[in-house]
Design a protein around this ligand. Structure first.
Ligand code: FES
Length: 113
């Protein structure tokens, strides 16, 4: 067996691409934008690198697209491209969670306090 390798990352974003929480493949479309957006924001490499993955269902199938951000323990709902741009700028670069779009905070949650 070959041991897998992975680049270091600061945050890991997981996008639900399942069909039950958003219409018209919105989750997949959002996921497909991440590579370019992370490059433009300088998040594809370096200390703030964000790793991206997709999942087919989080078990919370409504008001998607849904994003899970770890290790912050933040779950965003109803994410549009415009909201994603703000999440990239404010959360991923400035470290400020956008509370109004959060539907759940996990045990590793870092609040803005
Ligand atoms: S399909 Fe997205 S949470 Fe279930």
């Amino acid at each position: 067996m070959i041991k897998p390798t992975m680049m270091d990352y600061h945050r890991h974003i997981i996008v639900c691409v399942g069909e039950r929480c958003s219409d018209n493949n919105q989750g997949q479309k959002l996921y497909d934008m991440l590579g370019d957006k992370f490059k433009k924001a300088g998040l594809n490499t370096g200390d703030l690198r964000v790793k991206r993955s997709r999942a087919t269902c989080f078990g919370t199938c409504r008001s998607g697209p849904l994003l899970c951000v770890q290790p912050d323990g933040i779950w965003y709902y109803d994410v549009t491209e415009e909201k994603l741009d703000r999440i990239i700028k404010e959360h991923f670069i400035q470290g400020k969670i956008i509370d109004e779009w959060v539907f759940h905070q996990g045990p590793g949650c870092k609040s803005n306090d």
